[in-house]
Design a protein around this ligand. Structure first.
Ligand code: CUA
Length: 329
């Protein structure tokens, strides 16, 4: 794009679409400004008082067609902005249900800690392959941060106690800045890093470079043992606690009649504060409260472990088979 460019480089497919909307806003805004200013000058000159003897012009008191025109036309233009913006927002913040590359990022004063399902961990570095749907699940360990990658045109606050999810499809290999865009303390301006977009082959090489300590599923599985979750969960449906097999990504009926989706936020809440949403048919106050006992990164590992118990491609026949395998061990 040359030495001087108005837009930062584009690392994802959606970045171009955001720029198109931005350009539209800019052109409409610019055009409106030009029309208003041109009219002000034109009327000021055209209808100025040419001599002290000129009579005062006759005032116009309202014109219905004019009123309707300048209400309806801008309204329709705004509706286009609204619809276009909404479409892009939901597109960027609603990851595809399947076949995403999930990467877990924890913000803390003052760094971004990145975990990959395969067990790699980095700080202030994010590696992603082109051509795949990368889903980022963001958490904060302390205060509100904001994850911002200009090249992706994605920015969102990361609020403690909840997860923020968005996704993108990396397009252009390269190195792109990551920022924290929410003032979070004295080290805020240093809280940034780099996203490296690689070709799939390079990415495989990079992954092969090694993870020490096991994959996130393995680490989560260890925590699952360590915190004693295993004594109640994942045995069969007859236990004191609901089985976790094939729960993730599916609707869950609660004892108050509500139905919620078993997503990352739900699993997180159910670990930290199990009584908040109790599954229909199970008792309150059975499971201990883990609030304040597990780190954000540990929680993410547990969530990945719970996810692994619900293979996305599982046909109705498969879960029973894998359950049998697990219980026979
Ligand atoms: Cu984190 Cu600013």
């Amino acid at each position: 794009m040359g030495v001087f460019s108005i837009f930062p480089s584009r690392a994802s497919v959606a970045a171009g679409e955001v720029d198109a909307l931005y350009t539209f806003l800019l052109v409409v805004g610019g055009a409106m400004t030009a029309i208003i200013f041109a009219s002000v000058f034109f009327f000021a000159v055209r209808y100025r008082r040419k001599s002290p003897n000129d009579p005062a012009p006759k005032a116009i008191h309202g014109s219905l067609p004019l009123e309707i025109a300048w209400t309806v036309i801008p309204f329709l233009v705004m509706l286009v902005m609204f619809a276009w913006g909404t479409k892009l927002y939901f597109q960027n913040y609603t990851p595809p249900l399947h076949d995403t590359l999930d990467i877990y990022i924890t913000g803390k004063q003052w760094m971004w800690k990145v975990q990959y399902p395969t067990g790699q961990r980095e700080i202030n570095e994010l590696h992603v392959p082109t051509g795949s749907s990368v889903k980022l699940i963001l958490a904060s360990e302390d205060v509100i941060h904001s994850f911002f990658v200009p090249a992706l045109r994605l920015k969102h606050d990361v609020v403690p106690g909840s997860y923020q999810t968005f996704w993108f499809e990396p397009k252009e290999p390269g190195r792109y800045h990551i920022f924290c865009a929410e003032y979070c303390g004295t080290g805020h301006s240093d809280m940034g890093g780099w996203m490296t977009v690689m070709t799939p082959a390079d990415y495989e090489n990079w992954l092969a470079g090694g993870a020490n300590g096991g994959s996130m599923v393995e680490l989560g599985g260890k925590l699952f043992q360590q915190y004693g979750c295993v004594t109640c969960h994942v045995t069969d449906h007859e236990g004191r606690c609901p089985s976790l097999l094939n729960v993730f990504g599916r609707p869950v009926v609660l004892d108050d009649g509500r139905t919620v989706m078993a997503d990352e936020a739900y699993v997180r809440e159910s670990i930290l504060n199990p009584n908040a949403k109790v599954v229909k048919g199970y008792k309150h106050d059975i499971m201990p409260v883990f609030e304040g006992q597990i780190s954000e990164e540990g929680l993410l590992q547990l969530i990945v472990y719970v996810k692994s118990l619900s293979p996305p491609t599982a046909s109705p026949a498969k879960p029973a088979a894998s359950a049998a395998k697990r219980s026979s061990k």
